[in-house]
Design a binder for this molecule. Structure first.
Ligand code: NAD
Length: 259
């Protein structure tokens, strides 16, 4: 399992960057995407090369735009030679009761957290089928398996992503292509930091108090999952040992969904 070409969406930050770091440490070739300024993109690229990536190229593309996603992946296949592993990771969150949920936010969450994966998978699957090898890994969430209040769009998108994972796993089952979802609980990234800050404002408390309260509410281990732990799970799903692991939605959640 060497010299794989791995494309990760939303790898300029958080979980995607953690996955990219673990993949880079194994010496694979990386393509990545994400919304960031030039200085951040260059810093990410330099770090991943320094960690061991054989090559590392950035590809621009707004994950709300189906044509941009398909053009971006065609360009990546062209420049990187092929895509062996697609990690659909880019995502956003919006927290509001359904009566107050802005329509535009609903559309953006569904577009980025669900539809983008459909377009990306449809783009790379023909090449994977032709080569009779591939790995598709969708970063879902515990919210792909269970619900919480005030996150309708996110929960609908992540449940949809788990369904998409199962459906494509069946379509690609005899082509030596596995399709899996990873379902993390709280990981301390900018996406979660925004929720900690909203709780600080609502409760008049500190960042430390709210980060402890957040993780203790639902996660029996009382510890944040780390991006690197998710990266190591991606490496396992990429491996030959995981050839029969397909169509699953695997929690990495400190026993959240065991309750
Ligand atoms: P993050 O905000 O740190 O990173 C999100 C990434 O997606 C960034 O690189 C960002 O630039 C990119 N992105 C967002 N909108 C985009 C767009 N329109 N076009 C292109 N790229 C875009 O968040 P994160 O916590 O690392 O989240 C990564 C994934 O993990 C998401 O799918 C999220 O739902 C999922 N997840 C996060 C947690 C958590 O606790 N942080 C838990 C479970 C699942």
């Amino acid at each position: 399992m060497t010299n794989q070409v791995v494309f990760i969406t939303g790898a300029t930050s958080g979980i995607g960057l953690g996955i990219a770091r673990q993949v880079a440490r194994q010496g694979h070739v990386l393509g990545f995407n994400g919304l960031a300024d030039d200085a951040t993109i260059t810093a990410v690229q330099d770090e991943l090369i320094q960690l061991g990536a054989k090559d590392c190229q950035y590809f621009d593309g707004d994950m709300r735009d189906p044509d941009a996603i398909r053009a971006m992946l065609a360009d990546a296949e062209d420049k990187l030679g092929r895509i062996d592993v697609l990690v659909n990771n880019a995502g956003i969150q919006h927290v509001a009761a359904i009566e107050e949920f802005p329509t535009q936010k609903w559309d953006d969450v569904i577009a980025i957290n669900l539809s983008a994966s459909f377009h990306a998978i449809a783009s790379v699957l023909p090449g994977m089928k032709a080569r009779q090898h591939g790995r598709i890994i969708n970063i879902a969430s515990v919210h792909g398996l269970i619900a919480s209040v005030n996150k309708t769009a996110y929960i609908a998108a992540k449940h949809g992503l788990v369904g998409l994972t199962k459906a494509v796993a069946l379509e690609a089952a005899t082509d030596h292509i596995t399709v899996n979802a990873i379902c993390p609980a709280w990981v301390r990234t900018p996406l979660v930091e925004a929720q900690i800050e909203a709780r600080m404002a609502a409760n008049g408390t500190t960042r430390d108090a709210e980060s402890v309260a957040l993780v203790e509410e639902r996660q029996p281990t009382k510890a944040f999952v780390t991006p690197e732990q998710i990266g190591d799970l991606v490496l396992y799903m990429m491996s030959d040992s995981a050839a029969s692991v397909t169509g699953i939605a695997m929690p990495i959640d400190g026993a959240w969904t065991a309750q």
